[in-house]
Design a protein around this ligand. Structure first.
Ligand SMILES: [Zn+2]
Length: 140
């Protein structure tokens, strides 16, 4: 995996470790991840050629995360965002899941599957850092 971090004062090595955590279970072969700055909030994009672009706003400005799909938004109205680290794990896991979908599912992207995977990885991360998992507000 190639990795570059050009976002504000985000610590490069820690960002790399968080991205590697978020990408567990997904092949990193021919993958390049770039983290760049954004005025506010955050965004991510996965390309079919293996590039992942993540954009993060200033550290103190990361708002609660909201799942992309309607069903998941109902289940998790606000995904509590403990810190920029939570945001990065969630976002990177979501985009890595898209790479997995492109490679193994015949090219179709599923936002619901990517969000579910990202919530699972975020909960693993929260468990590793001694926090409770995020629970769905309603049954899917
Ligand atoms: Zn997506």
């Amino acid at each position: 995996m190639r990795f570059e971090c050009d976002a504000y004062d985000y610590p490069r090595d820690e960002c790399r470790r968080l991205v590697l955590f978020a990408s567990r279970g997904v092949s990193k072969r021919r993958v390049s991840v770039w983290i760049g700055p954004r005025d506010a909030g955050f965004s991510g994009w996965a390309y079919r050629d293996g590039r992942i672009r993540l954009r993060l706003g200033p550290k103190g400005d990361l708002r609660p995360m909201v799942a992309e799909t309607k069903t998941l938004r109902r289940a998790y109205p606000d995904i509590p965002c403990g810190s920029w680290r939570d945001v990065l794990v969630f976002l990177a896991a979501h985009e890595f899941r898209h790479l997995h979908q492109f490679r193994y599912w015949g090219g179709a992207a599923s936002e619901q599957d990517a969000d579910e995977h990202a919530i699972e990885m975020l909960n693993r991360w929260r468990a590793e850092t001694g926090r409770r998992p995020i629970e769905a507000m309603v049954y899917l």
